[in-house]
Design a protein around this ligand. Structure first.
Ligand code: AMP
Length: 211
């Protein structure tokens, strides 16, 4: 299964990606997580990405595409992968299509998590992320229930940056929905309700599409 998750920040892509990757036994590749891991380790890639991430802007395509192309050469992607946070504009989607066409391993589906703006703002401004494992929590707990790590508010989950991230999504990322619809790959499901219910409807929609 080669799957892309599409949806605005706060739609729950990261949370659903963990469950779907587990269900299909494929690696979860989150460009945001890769950038944050590099930032934490102070690598040149992390430093390059930081300025853009802090402002809620996209990291330049040249940097992001190279990083994803490299990740897709790793052996664990041989049986598929789930991309979370990539592509984030039509140019990235075109690069991905070309890279996968060359390997004769096209995308099976692009799953869109659909959610209203008001709900996004509510979710993003209250969510906390684990410093240890990156798990995301809706409320204001103290510690991660998976690894015991400290929870923090991502700099880009602060209100002033959220507004810019939503603008960037509408202007640059939302057009990929039409791109994947034209490709015949788009599946849209509502991203509200219990996490497990959303995972269930994603799996049902995917098996229907791929049958
Ligand atoms: P995320 O964790 O997916 O919300 O990503 C956090 C930030 O990382 C984004 O706001 C961007 O600055 C950067 N980023 C993640 N994925 C991409 C991408 N595909 N293209 C450009 N920038 C990205």
């Amino acid at each position: 299964m080669r799957l892309i998750l599409v949806g605005p920040p706060g739609a729950g892509k990261g949370t659903q990606a963990v469950h779907l990757a587990q269900h299909y036994s494929i690696p979860h590749i989150s460009t945001g997580d890769i950038f944050r891991a590099n930032l934490k380790e102070g690598t040149p890639l992390g430093l390059q990405a930081k300025g853009y991430m802090d402002k809620g802007e996209l990291v330049p395509d040249s940097v992001t595409n190279a990083m994803v192309k490299d990740r897709l050469t790793h052996a664990d992607t041989a049986n598929g992968f789930l991309l979370d946070g990539f592509p984030r504009n039509v140019a990235q989607a075109e690069v991905l299509r070309a890279v996968l066409a060359e390997k004769k391993t096209p995308i099976d589906a692009a799953l869109e998590l659909s959610i209203e703006n008001a709900e996004i703002i509510k979710r993003l401004s209250s969510r906390r992320t684990c410093r240890g494992c990156g798990k995301v929590f809706p409320g204001q707990l103290d510690k991660c229930d998976s690894c015991g790590g400290e929870l923090y508010q991502r700099d880009d989950d602060k209100e002033e940056v959220i507004a810019r991230r939503l603008e960037v999504y509408a202007e640059q990322t939302a057009p990929i929905i039409a791109f994947y619809r034209t490709e015949g790959l788009l599946i849209t499901i509502p991203a509200v309700g219990e996490v497990s219910e959303i995972t269930g409807s994603a799996i049902r929609a995917l098996s229907q599409k791929l049958s």
